[in-house]
Design a protein around this ligand. Structure first.
Ligand code: FPP
Length: 255
């Protein structure tokens, strides 16, 4: 059973209940969408069908994050390492991305979602770049959930890029050595101006970061599950948020 409550109207509930405190929703949730290939293999289907089924999970999770008033949702959709996959799998993923943006644009916009991307999209096929840029341009003034699609994204690449950009700014005199601190470094990341993820979710049983948001995850809470991404539904999101809300985040302090 799922019950939502506001802290000020807290009700009695049993241990079986999952009660989400709507006043303590994570501002930024990041998800490593994993297990599409294994999901397909279990069903004797091609891996690409697993990715296609994964889009259904994306739809549901984005919608639910909007409803719960999560401010940022970052989805790891294609890593800098994913180019090593067979060509037809890479093409299928790029095609799914374009289809998703085309098909979902209206509803995302209606739901006030800002469509954003992080990563070096210049290496993606032209059509993907075009759809991403148009989707972003047409939703950038919305005020609801920011949906960050991490595409050709790698945490180490992002940090290396930040070093290079900062070096350029030092050379040109825009900033000086004294200006370098954690805040200014954050401003050289793709996630500039966004809060760090409070909660990182990885389904499919793997328990590693896989080069995701390395700079930003210093104090993120991790939530793992054996469920494979195509089977991930809002109930799993609720459980992840519930568990997050029951953790003691101390940020290095004692209280
Ligand atoms: C990891 O599972 C999943 C991916 C690398 C791609 C995720 C992409 C989608 C869900 C759809 C396309 C994206 C958008 C934004 C529409 P895996 O293939 O590594 O699974 P496995 O570990 O079981 O092989």
């Amino acid at each position: 059973m799922l019950r939502f409550f506001n802290t000020d109207k807290k009700k009695e509930y049993s241990d079986e209940d999952i009660c989400i405190d709507l006043n303590n929703i994570p501002k930024h949730i990041a998800i490593i969408m994993d297990g599409n290939g294994r999901w397909a293999k279990e069903r004797n289907l091609p891996r690409t069908i697993g990715h296609k089924a994964g889009v259904e999970a994306i739809r549901e999770v984005v919608k639910e994050c909007s409803i719960l008033k999560v401010k940022y949702l970052t989805l790891y959709a294609f890593s800098t390492e994913n180019w090593k996959r067979p060509k037809d799998e890479v093409s299928a993923l790029m095609k799914l991305l374009v289809e998703y943006l085309k098909k979902e644009f209206k509803e995302l916009d209606y739901n006030n979602v800002i469509i954003n991307y992080i990563g070096d999209i210049s290496k993606l096929p032209d059509l993907c770049q075009k759809e991403l840029i148009i989707s972003h341009e047409n939703t950038k003034n919305n005020t609801g959930l920011t949906l960050n699609l991490a595409l050709n994204y790698g945490g180490r690449y992002e940090i290396t890029r930040a070093f290079k950009l900062m070096y350029e700014d030092i050379k040109s005199g825009k900033i000086s050595e004294e200006d370098i601190n954690e805040e200014t470094i954050s401003n050289y990341m793709y996630t500039k101006g966004m809060p760090d993820p409070d909660l990182i979710i990885r389904p499919s049983g793997e328990q590693r970061l896989s080069n995701f948001l390395l700079w930003q995850c210093a104090y993120s809470e991790f939530w793992y599950s054996n469920i494979k991404w195509p089977d991930f539904r809002k109930e799993h999101l609720h459980k992840a948020i519930f568990d997050y809300q029951n953790r003691d985040r101390r940020f290095g302090s004692v209280e």
